[in-house]
Design a protein around this ligand. Sequence first.
Ligand code: ADP
Ligand code: MG
Length: 240
Amino acid sequence: MITVKNLDKSYGSHEVLKDINCTIHDGEVIVIIGPSGSGKSTFLRCLNLLEKPTKGSIVVDDQEITDKKVNIDKVREKMGMVFQQFNLFPHKTVIQNICHAPTRVKKMNKAEAEKLGMELLGKVGLQDKRDVYPVTLSGGQQQRIAIARALAMQPEAMLFDEPTSALDPEMVSEVLAVIKQLAKEGMTMVIVTHEMGFAREVGDRILFMDHSQIVEENTPEKLFTHPQHARTKNFLSKIL
Ligand code: ADP
Ligand code: MG
């Protein structure tokens, strides 16, 4: 579904992504791990063109999204993104947060959008929060709403950038449970996380990034038990 070839990204003379190559198949869950500053967020942001790659190509469903002629908004609609900070609209209620993009961007009518919104709230276990404001919710609840909001655009893939890093520890599992459920349903996902148990459980493949490159990729089983590269071993020895 997504093919990345020879992707480079620089900020001035600072190379943040160096020759990234990667294929993500339909229904696959890719987990990206690696030290802070290795380029994980930048890579995710390139996948939905929040960052413009300096070189290389990204093909999504046979469409080269790195082509200058491409409609960036259409590309972003295909990829739901969830950030570490939930970024909900504070002055909108939960259901208004979820219905905003479907009604504005997809021109879905309000009743239809709210019906979908309620289904998605059911999926994340928060139907009773429909009319409250984000500030009244816990971090875990806000992140589940952010996931529902991204799903409301009916994306083909979901990108998660450290979705549990800003949460108190007791709220991590409720958010991971929602993501695990999406994996079961066959959603294509790319997830940056420091939750290694979760990575192992949910990932079809793990990519280890370090110093702007994908150093190693493998199944969770192999990568965690038999890392091939010294840098992977070193990273895992610090966190496991
Ligand atoms: P990670 O998510 O793995 O921690 P990032 O992709 O956020 O890494 O960042 C990789 C490198 O790119 C870091 O050195 C960071 O300082 C740099 N970087 C990220 N965004 C920008 C930007 N907008 N301008 C300049 N440098 C940036
Ligand atoms: Mg990051």
